[in-house]
Design a protein around this ligand. Structure first.
Ligand SMILES: Nc1ncnc2c1ncn2[C@@H]1O[C@H](COP(=O)(O)OP(=O)(O)OP(=O)(O)O)[C@@H](O)[C@H]1O
Ligand SMILES: [Mg+2]
Length: 267
């Protein structure tokens, strides 16, 4: 399979903390890849580096054979990489549909003048956006909630809204940071179903997740980080049996079969 994203020798440091230490891995086109590892292993830092939020002090990132290291987050988003956040960030006082519309408008971002003049083209696009927002919300199962204020959604629904907002960017690569953290098993099952549907649309998905039932059930491949280092890559069976992986989890007081861990708040 072709490589969609190649990460070469990536290091990220904060003062004395080495969040990532020469991490190399590739994401294959069309796969569902999970990144797992104990709390503080560097998983979110990896996403932050891919999306341009963190500047790596070593290494390179190549997306579709093009180097993206050091590019601005909005440039990287425009190239086709979208993410959801570990901590929820919807606009609470906007409706569900408006939250998605904002994502769509970011994608098309007209010149300011065009927006002010509300040109014909702008109005046409606006109608298209409303239609796309509706379709997207149906796609993630929030169709009937579109007129609600985002703050009135259940926690699980807000997580789905996060995914809808990321999908509004029409990404080639979707990065999900703990999409089922805090969800009940029914909601988790729904997200797993959704991730498969997203992949069915030709979108490559990378998931950071502590929920091993989801990880083992959905991943084509799994990468394991421990204290900033990539310690294993393989399919779910290989990872489950890998002695270094078992050690990393046991050393941290948890097992790779643990249902859930409490994530640290995102910095
Ligand atoms: N902006 C930052 N400033 C300082 N230290 C940071 C920053 N971001 C991450 N770190 C540190 O880097 C290390 C890796 O953090 P990261 O958030 O990437 O871990 P994680 O694997 O996502 O953990 P969790 O499972 O708890 O979400 C931690 O020691 C963290 O404190
Ligand atoms: Mg994290």
């Amino acid at each position: 399979m072709a490589d969609l994203l190649v990460i070469e020798g990536l290091s990220v440091a904060f003062g004395g903390v080495q969040a990532l230490n020469r991490v190399s891995l590739s994401v294959h086109e069309g796969e569902i890849l999970s990144i797992i590892g104990p709390n503080g292993a560097g998983k979110t830092s990896l996403f932050n580096s891919i999306t341009g939020a963190y500047l790596p002090n070593q290494g390179r990132l190549l997306f579709r054979d093009k180097e993206i290291t050091g590019r601005k987050p909005h440039e990287i988003a425009r190239l086709g990489i979208a993410r959801s956040f570990q901590n929820l960030k919807p606009f609470a006082e906007m409706t569900v549909r408006e939250n998605v519309l904002i994502g769509l408008e970011r994608r098309f971002s007209y010149g300011l003048l065009a927006t002010i003049l509300r040109s014909t083209r702008f109005r046409d696009e606006e109608l298209n956006h409303r239609k796309s927002a509706g379709e997207l919300l149906e796609f993630v199962g929030l169709g009937r909630r579109s007129r609600q204020l985002a703050r009135n959604l259940t926690y699980g629904e807000q997580k789905m809204l996060e995914i809808a907002r990321a999908l509004a960017l029409k990404p080639t690569l979707l990065l999900l940071d703990e999409p089922v953290a805090g969800m009940n098993p029914t909601e988790t099952g729904f997200v797993m179903e959704l991730v498969r549907k997203v992949r069915g649309e030709g979108i490559t998905v990378v998931i950071i997740e502590h929920d091993m039932k989801m990880v083992m059930g959905i991943s084509d491949r799994i990468c394991v980080l421990d204290r900033g280092e990539l310690i294993a890559t393989g399919d779910p069976d290989e990872i489950r049996r890998n002695p270094r992986v078992i050690e990393a989890y046991l050393g941290g007081g948890a097992t790779p079969n643990a249902e859930k861990q409490t994530p640290n708040p995102e910095p």
